[in-house]
Design a protein around this ligand. Structure first.
Ligand SMILES: Cc1cc2nc3c(=O)[nH]c(=O)nc-3n(C[C@H](O)[C@H](O)[C@H](O)COP(=O)(O)O)c2cc1C
Length: 147
């Protein structure tokens, strides 16, 4: 395959991802300093926060853990939530939107027992009707792109 002819950007609705490289979310790694280092070293079209438990996304808790702190130069930025309760994740999604994220991502893949033990991450895939309710609640709660 000739990769040279691939476009160097793509769009998620109105958000341009250019270059077409994404820094994947990594818990314990992709904090604001790491994201800015990667942006300066190599350039990425989109960077992601670390996974953040929806239960800890209140103004008070955010001051304490600072997982969702970012600087304007990091945008476009996607924030990743983990959670299991549709209403709680939807409320956290509204906070995420207010913080200024461009995109919101609900983790449905983390296999760590610490995460799946609470029914988060890949455990969501065991109850697809509930996952559907959760994603619908999130989408209804915010205007930003959510998936
Ligand atoms: C240390 C570490 C932490 C990770 N944490 C997350 C996470 O919080 N959320 C997530 O969706 N994926 C997480 N991942 C998975 C990565 O985002 C990525 O999907 C995976 O490393 C595969 O990347 P690749 O397709 O570029 O090889 C983590 C991976 C690593 C190595």
């Amino acid at each position: 395959m000739n990769y040279e002819n691939l476009p160097n950007h793509y769009d998620i609705e109105h958000i341009r991802i250019e270059p077409n490289i994404i820094l994947a979310p990594m818990a314990g790694v992709t904090d604001s300093v790491f994201r800015r280092m990667i942006l300066r070293l190599s350039g990425c079209g989109l960077v992601s926060t670390e996974m953040t438990n929806a239960a800890s996304v209140s103004p008070k808790a955010l001051k304490r853990h600072k997982l969702l702190d970012f600087l304007p130069e990091e945008r476009p930025l996607t924030m990743q939530l983990s959670g299991n309760e549709p209403e709680m994740v939807a409320l956290a999604a509204q906070q995420i939107e207010q913080l200024g994220a461009d995109i919101l991502d609900v983790n449905c893949g983390c296999p760590s027992p610490k995460v799946t033990g609470g029914g988060h991450g890949s455990a969501l895939l065991k109850d697809l009707p509930k996952l559907s309710r959760l994603l619908k609640a999130v989408k209804a709660a915010v205007q930003i792109q959510s998936h």
